[in-house]
Design a binder for this molecule. Structure first.
Ligand SMILES: Cc1cc2nc3c(=O)[nH]c(=O)nc-3n(C[C@H](O)[C@H](O)[C@H](O)COP(=O)(O)OP(=O)(O)OC[C@H]3O[C@@H](n4cnc5c(N)ncnc54)[C@H](O)[C@@H]3O)c2cc1C
Length: 426
């Protein structure tokens, strides 16, 4: 029997669930289709041996729109803000990171002249008019913003830390700087991980009658007539919907639609490059060095942070959950074995002998952090692609021209839902 729904949401991650939370307040029938065995997408948290492992290091932005929207939906975000005190690493040398007032004055990484330049940039950061950066790459902006090479390197480090993008010569300065401004408002590491967001969003919608079908892959999406779609599943079952919100990545969307998108739109989607990295997620019975909680490579694109210092990520108070991460450049050829060794060595520098205390660890050599590396001109291209197929809405971390990560996923999920509600009310 063919199923018919008012709204079919493809993807049970943040974007899909936020859309469903808004739409659940209407009388429309809603189905979420998720290919994974579990819902949550990249906001999933896996519980292994009483330890909560997010899929790589995850922080929510205290001044960001995602937090605002989620809280408006009644989602509780419990956790704590990490301190940015820690180390910067170059050639096995450790320097205090000048990201806190103490770090700024004590770090041997900068001389006095550089310190003043760095402090001046930080003080003025919030007043940067990002609308003036539309035509610049982040590299071009950094070259103009700072004279000292060391201060420039600090801007690249903060850019990586905030956005996961490690291609300053390719990314849009406007987006990176505006996201950095949001991140500088502080972040939260969440107790029991990001799954808590998904679980609350899920519970909200199921009690309103939204159906969630996991382990279900949509293989084709066919617009049949005005506001009538046929979705073909991998088992060839068909589902029909009036509206579709697609929250997969752009390449998957292109594939599902086949030739249905017009040329400029499908080639824009095909050209979108993902932001990727490698993650080593680790739980230890104890930290060999409890003082080392945060570090970033200066030239080498590495990250290390003990998330359990701030968030409750274990059922046992003594153990530690930490993440080590490598930011990939889009042109990198990834040798998984080599990257794993690099991440383990970076961790060894911070927590010597950590292996002896290992409860569990998980290494992922290549994970998509954001489906779109934000580039100059993305805004115009998005504008063109918006209303191509009536009734089809896109959401996800790549689908909002002016934001990325959870900011993009949550805000585009909300927007897709609001557009459908407006249409229905007309
Ligand atoms: C290592 C790492 C670190 C991160 N750190 C941060 C951070 O600190 N702060 C932050 O804000 N964000 C961070 N993010 C990004 C954040 O996790 C994502 O932006 C967000 O979870 C994306 O949500 P989404 O709904 O857009 O996509 P997804 O979570 O990918 O959801 C899409 C869903 O669609 C499903 N799907 C795909 N194709 C099909 C199909 N054909 N049929 C059915 N279902 C399908 C997928 O299985 C998936 O569940 C990080 C991500 C990673 C990987």
């Amino acid at each position: 029997m063919t199923q018919r729904w008012d709204i079919v949401i493809v993807g049970g991650g943040l974007a899909g669930y936020v859309a469903a939370n808004y739409l659940a307040k209407t009388d429309l029938s809603i189905l979420i289709l998720e290919k994974g065995r579990n819902v949550g997408g990249r906001a999933r948290t896996t519980k292994i041996n009483h330890q909560y492992l997010n899929l790589g290091p995850h922080a929510i932005y205290k001044k960001g729109k995602a937090k605002f929207i989620l809280e408006n939906l009644g989602i509780k975000l419990n956790g704590k803000s990490p301190k940015l005190a820690g180390d910067l690493i170059e050639n096995n040398m450790e320097y205090a990171a000048p990201f806190t007032p103490l770090g700024l004055f004590s770090s041997s990484f900068l001389n006095w002249k550089e310190r003043i330049e760095w402090a001046t940039i930080l003080m003025k950061f919030n007043r940067i008019d990002t609308e003036k950066l539309t035509e610049q790459t982040f590299y071009q902006w950094v070259q103009q913003a700072a004279v000292s090479k060391k201060v420039q390197s600090l801007l690249y480090i903060l850019g990586r830390l905030a956005t996961y993008c490690h291609a300053p010569e390719k990314v849009s300065a406007k987006l990176i700087v505006s996201h950095l401004k949001t991140v500088m408002g502080g972040v939260l590491y969440l107790d029991a991980g990001w799954q808590t967001i998904i679980d609350q969003l899920h519970n909200n919608v199921v009690i309103s009658g939204v159906q969630v079908q996991s382990s279900t892959v949509v293989k084709e999406l066919e617009p049949i007539e005005h506001e009538h779609f046929k979705l073909v599943l991998s088992n060839d079952e068909e589902i029909h919907g009036k509206y579709v919100i697609c929250t997969t990545g752009p390449h998957e969307l292109n594939k599902m639609l086949g030739e249905k998108l017009d040329r400029p739109q499908s080639s824009f989607l095909a050209q979108i490059t993902p932001v990727r990295g490698a993650t080593l997620d680790v739980a230890l019975t104890q930290l060999p060095n409890p003082k080392k909680l945060f570090a970033m490579g200066i030239t080498d694109p590495f990250y290390f942070s003990v998330h359990s210092k701030y968030a409750r990520l274990s059922d046992d108070a003594k153990s530690a959950v930490l993440h080590v991460f490598k930011y990939h450049h889009p042109d990198d050829h990834i040798d998984g074995k080599k990257v794993k060794t690099e991440l383990e060595q970076f961790l060894e520098m911070m927590q010597p002998g950590w292996k002896k205390h290992e409860i569990t660890s998980r290494f992922i050599p290549q994970i998509t952090v954001n489906h779109r590396l934000p580039q100059i001109g993305d805004e115009q291209k998005f504008h063109r692609s918006k209303t191509n197929i009536p009734g089809l809405y896109i959401a996800g971390d790549w689908a909002s021209p002016d934001s990325i990560l959870s900011e993009g996923a949550v805000s585009s999920g909300k927007q897709a839902a609001e557009e459908i509600i407006q249409k229905e009310n007309r």
